[in-house]
Design a protein around this ligand. Structure first.
Ligand code: NI
Length: 196
């Protein structure tokens, strides 16, 4: 794979996410890229370049952040970097199949999309998942208990939604850490409730 292309994609998302720190930012995209690369190592054969580019670009047309249609930002980047239309279509299809809200219950159709979706979901688990949940909750005026509810409504369900074997293994470690955190949180809250 051309490292130049990866570096260009990293430079591109750095400019795109300059203004954002809402959990869908540059750091998130880089973590998803790294997760995706480690999963891809264990899920051969797969097209590693497609995994790399789709993971780096997976949020550049997120409707919460950008007012674009038909993967406009991703396509502009790919075209500017001499990626042909048919390959750009493949990469954009991966990106479109990754989105949580657009694909409720649907399994991605290719191994590359399965990998990137797993990589994105992993970033909602473990210590980083906890940090992101409270950062998001704080920004949107949610109480701690409301953020805790989000663990039950969404995060604790992710482990059973993973696609790949290596994704499942990584998710299960991070899931256990969430449970550990929730138990400790509940114990501490119980203590305060007993005093009141
Ligand atoms: Ni994402």
């Amino acid at each position: 794979m051309s490292n130049d292309l990866t570096s260009s994609a990293i430079a591109y998302i750095k400019t795109q996410f300059k203004e954002n720190s809402d959990g869908h930012d540059f750091d998130h995209s880089m973590r998803v890229y790294q997760n995706a690369m480690s999963i891809a190592e264990h899920e051969q054969p797969c097209d590693t370049e497609v995994v790399a580019l789709a993971s780096l670009l997976h949020d550049v047309d997120d409707h919460k952040l950008f007012d674009t249609k038909d993967n406009f930002n991703a396509r502009s980047f790919l075209e500017a970097n001499n990626i042909g239309k048919s390959r750009a279509d493949i990469i954009c299809q991966v990106i479109n199949e990754v989105s949580f809200s657009k694909n409720k219950g649907k399994t991605p159709s290719t191994i590359e999309a399965k990998i990137v979706q797993d990589a994105d979901r992993l970033d909602a688990l473990g210590a980083i998942g906890i940090a992101r949940t409270f950062a998001y909750g704080g920004k949107h005026g949610r109480s701690l208990d409301d953020s805790i509810q989000h663990f039950h409504d969404k995060l604790l369900l992710i482990k059973d939604m993973m696609n790949t074997d290596s994704g499942k293994m990584l998710a299960s470690e991070r899931h256990d850490f969430l449970t550990l955190f929730l138990n400790q949180y509940n114990n501490e809250v119980k203590c305060t409730n007993e005093i009141q």
